[in-house]
Structure formats: structure tokens, C-alpha cells
Design a protein around this ligand. Sequence first.
Ligand code: R5P
Length: 263
Amino acid sequence: MDWGIQNRLSRIIKPDTGRTVMLAVDHGYFLGPTHRLEKVYATVEPLMGYADALMLTRGILRSSIPAKSSVPIVLRVSGGSSIIGEDLSNETIMTSMEDAVRLNVSAVALSIFVGSDYEAQTLENLAILVDMAQEYSIPVLAVTAVGKELEKRDSRFLALSCRIAAEFGASLVKTYYCDEFEKVVESCPVPVVIAGGPKLETELDAFKMAHDAIQMGAVGVDMGRNIWQNDHPVGMIKGVRAVVHENASPEEAYEIFASYKVS
Ligand code: R5P
């Protein structure tokens, strides 16, 4: 792997633990003003010190994140559909690599929609993005299965999607936790992180999901709503960090969260 790609990846996946807690705030690219992300910086600012990377679009980066901040950026570059449109999978590449370079990003991110009407188009997007990103030694994060695809949250579908993403040259894959998650990780030759998905019923559920994913081989999380839609987001991200970087149990993570709740 090229030195530049390795170096950028090591900004995101911390070399001392080999793991990462990425904070996802890119939801507006198809959901618009998502609950608790209406004013992005108000939500993100207290969490920045605990995030190993921030995933977002260039519009939010330029408009809402101070350029002096040192958190590594994972730039969402695919899009073109919305939650009220016909098909969420109808995405293209929306940002040039030159602009990604200007923004000094550590990785670019794009969704693929395996099994959808736009499967071939989104896989071609990935192939094109990998070619573009290789020119500048920028890693590509492929995101598998969002929106309606979540109905297919099973290991056969997610292993298929993650493996295809790796075959097309993704350096890192983001997917969803599922039963038999180890099968997803084992058959994917590049590191896997999990998204959190919609806010779970309890904090313990979120810590348990992160814990189980890590124990089954994920290198971390790229989590959004289960952190910043919580009333105590700093407690949540600190609990998730303990699970990811210190192998804390879900209960230990909950204790960290609970101590934040009362303070
Ligand atoms: C979806 O494609 C977006 O990229 C989000 O970044 C992703 O779903 C992670 O956020 P959450 O943990 O809220 O699902």
C-alpha cells in the first residue's frame, strides 16, 4: 500500500490500538436537517475532542467546522438522491478529488448499493473514485447498505457488499452490525467499521452493539445518531471510546456514560 494511503489511514485508525471512533455527521446529504443535527457545529463542537475522525460533506465542512481544527476528515463525496426522491441508491460522485485535496481530507467516502436497481452505477462510482483517489494517495471508505437496504441486515448480504467493496479497491469499509457479524469481517480483506444506525432503545444496546462488533473483528465505529441524538452525547462518545480503544464491556461503558449523565 502506498505510503500516503497508509499515512492517511493511520490518522483515522489509531496506530496505538489499531482502532477508530469516527463521528458521522453526513446525514444531511440525503436526509436534510436531521434531528439534533440542525446546527451541525453546535452538536459537533463538544464531541470533537473525542472523535478520531469526522465524516461529513464539503458543504458542512466549509460552512460549519473551523479550519483550525485538527480532527481528520472523512469526506462524503457520493450523493444525488434524497429521502423523498424515487430511489436512494441513484447516487453519483458529487465532489472532485481536487476539492478533497484542497480540504486536506484523510479519506473520501462513497456509498454502494448492492442488490439495488443502481447496483452497477454505484459500483462504477466506487471504481472511478478509487482511480481518482489513488492519484493523490487518498484512501476510499466504501459505505454498504443504507436506507431501505437496512432491511437486508444479514451476514450473507453484508458480507457480499463488503467483499465487493474491497474487490473494487476500497481501503476501508463501513457496514452495519448483524448476527454472525464475524462472517462479514472474516471475508473482507480490508478493515471494517460499523455504523450505528437509527438510535437504539437504550444506551446499553448501543454499547453492546459496538462491543460485539469490535470483539468480532471490526476496527471501530463510524457512529452518528446513537451518539449525538442522545441527551448526553459526550457520555455516549466516551463510553464508545472505552469499548473501542480499551476493550471495555458494555456495562463498563454504561458506567462511564452514567457518570457523565449526573455531572
Ligand atoms: C449513512 O450513509 C451515513 O453515511 C451515516 O454516516 C451513517 O449511517 C452512520 O451514522 P449512524 O450511526 O447515525 O447510522
